[in-house]
Design a protein around this ligand. Sequence first.
Ligand code: ADQ
Length: 488
Amino acid sequence: MARLVIVSNRVTIGGKKGQAPGGLATALKDVLTPETIWFGWSGRRTEQSGRLTQHNSDGAQIIAMDLSEEDYKKFYIGFANRTLWPLMHYRPGLLQFDRSDYDGYLKVNHRFADALMSILQPDDIVWVHDYHFIPLAACLRQRNFAGRIGFYLHIPFAPPALFAVLPPGRALLSALCEYDHVGFQTEADLHHFRSCVRDILNYSINKDGVIFGPNRPCISSAIPVGIDTEGFAHMAAEAEHQAEAERLRESMGSKALILGVDRLDYSKGLPQRFSAYGRLLEKHPEHRQQVSLLQIAPKSRDDVKEYRDIKRQLDQLVGQINGQHADFDWVPLRYITRDMPRMVLAGFHRIARVGLVTPLRDGMNLVAKEFVAAQDPNDPGVLVLSRFAGAAAELQDALLINPFDPDEIADALHVALTMSLSERQARWRRMYETIRRNTASAWAQTCLQAATGSRRLTISPASRYHWQTDQRLEAQNEETTWPVRPAV
Ligand code: ADQ
């Protein structure tokens, strides 16, 4: 029987904090079985790359590889996070390119391919996640793996004018076309990818978006990632009565809570968010003493200089805003750089009056969906959301803002804080209905269906994926002229 082999940079080992691949583990929950293999980096930096360890986790068999300090620096810190991450987040000014980092990136992809070849069976389905592993399908094809391989990009795809900046852009684009399916978060990302393939590689693309490169047809589609909406809603309803949420509520008194939850990353727009909050207190002084912003932003990638810089900048801004506005009985801005358990966060979302999600650019942003899922239907909070988050395409009933404009964010905060209950309920209901349909489970099933060319993967009617690309995928499968492998 065909097994599913998932590849991602981070894997969860023994549920250890810090190892968890964030939203990915949750999103994959429903497709993991005890036969599923999940392959990734162990999170350990050792003298030599390549040592493999095996672990049992709740849903799957985890196989993890150690990386040497040098590989970690070139592959992860260098090419993945100093070159690809800023480029794909539309920040060419922060991009640094070094040929030896790119060589290190390729080397780790080849190492992963070697290790995978030792465990892969011919009919396994390989599902590769994110920008760390763009060349992996090509590496596996070089080693004669002929099974189905799908890819999902969790971050945005840059438009052609920006993508052209990337020195090995051509090689990476053609590597992407070695997958049977490549999935993107939004129609805009998909459009950018196809435009790059057309303009840079001159490959033909048919009306259904199937790309015909020299080796194989590659299906490309937009399949936005979702969350376990009902599960998160139940967790939030329960967490609201737990100690942490009670303590937060007590500390707030009658003040309204504005909540921000992000990894500490320059793509999340935190300096602009803090400035916007300062502007709110200046422009709308009636909110002074009546609100408090709680920002939870655990440090991430602090081996990368740009991440240490943003941390310093935020520390200063918090000091400035509290210095200017605080009173002896009121701290306007509370800022935490520690990780928090998911359940505690769910409870905080539920008691927040406003969810403030303002990335300058984001593939999707699951926090926006989690905020909506967590709300009390009788008294829901308002989501203020960047129009440059992938989630904005689905969450049109949020107050959509330009995250580069602190005044616009401040005005939206004012609207959110003064919005009538009936309007809050109407907006929330429409958003909840959308995320209740487009769940994590439906996302995973649709991606796997597309990668396998199969229409026989069972999808329960409740989790059937409601998005226009679904029909198009079905149509592609019917019109496909190349041999379709047996369905799993
Ligand atoms: P991330 O950039 O990590 O993910 P996001 O989608 O917002 O961003 O968060 C992922 C998960 O981490 C969420 O489930 C969230 O609850 C959790 N998380 C965030 N901040 C946290 C905190 N302070 N403490 C504890 N947990 C926290 C990448 C892309 C996104 C894309 C996801 C999934 O950058 O655009 O939505 O992958 O595809």
